[in-house]
Design a protein around this ligand. Structure first.
Ligand code: MLT
Length: 281
């Protein structure tokens, strides 16, 4: 189901946001830069700020949008616990954009982008799957999601931050200055309702492995060398299954490559999208 959405440009505001009307709510979608369009989708248990450093670097050559998914502090739309409803929201943004779009999607964002590819969207002209997976959760993974929901209900968002940080970032990144604290701060500002919606959505997501050979836009796969959620081996298999796709491995990084090594991720995304969105260059 598609929802009515109206974009009103607020490009003169210093924050450079776009006001987006969706399901009767106003959502500010942050954007920066000028040039070919890039839409960045964040992962769990985070929000669009996980892309900030990468977006700043890409904004020298692209117009970059980094929405918060429904239920986040910056997005009053109710989160309803399905990848499909998150894909509806992202598709409504795509509907309003007036040029081909490069979609870069991190982890849970990747699950959403695969749903968008399954449905097909004429605006998506290139895809970057960043530290994500095509397989569905197996029984053990589904049981862990239920455990996480129980933990969230009993102990709140801080317990999720404690459990997720070692999975998100490599030990090297964790020991760098206040880096782990910065990631924790993003997690702590999420509401329990949003995180429960994410967990339910990820638990119940469909398998996308059979979709991969049918992805018909230029695709880049990125993963961290030390990613324990979407491993190098699994990312390589995903790249092998998508026609023409290549894999970039970010050395030393864990799962959260866009925050752990924004320079390397922005470089890989920028070089890929520049060519993919402008095939004559
Ligand atoms: C994410 O980074 O979005 C999630 O950790 C992915 C997952 O748990 O499957």
């Amino acid at each position: 189901m598609r929802f009515r959405a109206i974009f009103k440009s607020r490009r003169n505001l210093s924050s450079r946001s776009v006001l987006f009307e969706y399901e009767g709510c106003s959502v500010d979608v942050r954007q920066a830069g000028d040039g070919p369009l890039l839409l960045l989708i964040h992962g769990y248990p985070l929000d669009g700020a996980m892309w900030s450093s990468v977006a700043r670097k890409l904004a020298t050559r692209f117009r970059v949008l980094k929405p918060d998914l429904p239920g986040r502090t910056g997005n009053p739309i109710r989160a309803t616990g399905t990848i499909g409803s998150y894909a509806d929201f992202i598709a409504s943004i795509l509907d309003r954009l007036d040029a081909p779009v490069g979609l870069a999607a991190f982890s849970m964002g990747g699950y959403i982008s695969l749903e968008i590819m399954r449905r097909g969207h004429p605006k998506v002209s290139a895809l970057a799957l960043v530290d994500t997976r095509a397989v569905a959760d197996d029984e053990a993974a589904r049981a862990k999601r239920d455990q996480s929901i129980a933990t969230l209900r009993a102990q709140g968002v801080a317990a999720i931050a404690d459990a997720m940080l070692p999975l998100l970032i490599s030990p090297e990144s964790a020991s760098k200055g206040d880096f782990a604290e910065r990631v924790r701060r993003i997690i702590l500002r999420q509401t329990p309702l949003a995180l429960e919606s994410d967990l339910t959505a990820m638990r119940d997501r469909p398998d996308s492995t059979t979709l991969l050979p049918h992805i018909a836009v230029p695709t880049l796969v990125i993963t961290g060398e030390r990613d324990v959620i979407s491993t190098v081996a699994e990312s390589q298999a995903m790249a092998n299954a998508i026609p023409g796709a290549t894999l970039v491995v970010i050395p030393g990084s864990g799962h959260l490559t866009p925050m752990e090594n924004p320079s390397a991720v922005a470089q890989a995304l920028g070089d890929f999208f520049e060519k993919a969105l402008n095939p004559k260059s």
